[in-house]
Design a protein around this ligand. Structure first.
Ligand code: OGA
Ligand code: MN
Length: 272
């Protein structure tokens, strides 16, 4: 299977009803407009006090939320406890540099794709990489130890996705044919916002703030029952906070799907 075919099949666009999606977007843009108005009103004031953010007030099991997490309700936050994790500063500056330097020449050989209105990703280039320098292998081993249990087998190649400043990822669920129950991603270069929306109940959502050098982990329910997306620059807000998006590279490790059950067709080779 070519990389292109694999990429198409990896991302099944989540079956989110159009109206529900529109309602969600309208609600989000209202919050954003309110945020922008506040920003405008504050401009010119000396040392405006920071606005209390909804995320700060929301608590999970009596504890304030970590700075990287927002959610639609305490219920969805506790439901996904353990299924979603972000570790800001997982990479040192030197490690970020190691990965970017190694990836840049390979990515530069490819062209960004903007083509198809229906594709899950817009403004991107990507590669599947299985040969890494020793320094990068050490980083990927740290990712494996942090995100996967010793019994889990990983896809043998790592997915590298380069979104340009206008690039974004639409809501989708990774195909269960090609990806098991855990997805772990390193973010490089630009901060971005990942939104997770329940595929059946779009009012239930989480947002993750992904800074360069951070590692995110999605597993189990977060991976199967929620779509994930990376917001485009114009929509890139974390609550009221504007998160400008520039070029972003992600390095994504996935577990292999469980073996085929009796009577099911065999799985594709691990490298896909
Ligand atoms: C994907 C995807 C997320 C990321 O390629 O399927 O969801 O962090 N990528 O780039
Ligand atoms: Mn995905």
């Amino acid at each position: 299977m070519t990389l292109h075919q694999w990429a198409w099949q990896l991302r099944a666009l989540a079956p989110i009803a159009q109206e529900k999606r529109r309602a969600l977007n309208a609600a989000n843009s209202l919050t954003r407009e309110a945020g922008l108005d506040r920003e405008r009103a504050n401009r010119g004031r000396v040392a405006a006090p920071p606005q209390p953010m909804a995320a700060r007030r929301m608590r999970r099991n009596g504890r304030p939320l970590p700075a990287w997490l927002r959610g639609s309700s305490p219920a969805v936050l506790s439901r996904l406890r353990g299924a979603v994790l972000v570790r800001p500063g997982f990479l040192s500056a030197a490690e970020e540099d190691t990965l970017s330097r190694e990836l840049e020449p390979e990515l530069r050989r490819r062209r960004y794709e903007y083509d198809h209105w229906d594709a899950a990703i817009h403004g991107f280039r990507e590669t599947e990489k299985s040969r890494w320098s020793q320094a990068s292998r050490a980083i990927l081993q740290r990712v494996q130890a942090a995100a996967f249990s010793p019994g889990q087998t990983l896809l043998s190649s790592v997915h590298v996705l380069d979104l340009d400043a206008r690039g974004y990822i639409k809501p989708h669920v990774d195909s269960v044919k090609f990806c098991g129950d855990t997805i772990a991603g390193l973010s490089l270069l630009s901060t971005s916002v990942m939104r997770l929306v329940h595929t059946q109940e779009p009012g239930h959502w989480l947002e993750l703030l992904l800074e360069p050098g951070s590692l995110y982990i999605l597993r189990d329910s977060a991976r199967y029952d929620f779509s994930h997306e990376i917001l485009r620059d114009e929509e890139s807000f974390f609550g009221e906070r504007r998160i400008p998006r520039s070029r972003r590279i992600s390095v994504i490790c996935r577990s292999l799907p469980e073996g085929p059950g009796p009577g099911e067709p065999p799985q594709p080779p691990p490298a896909c």
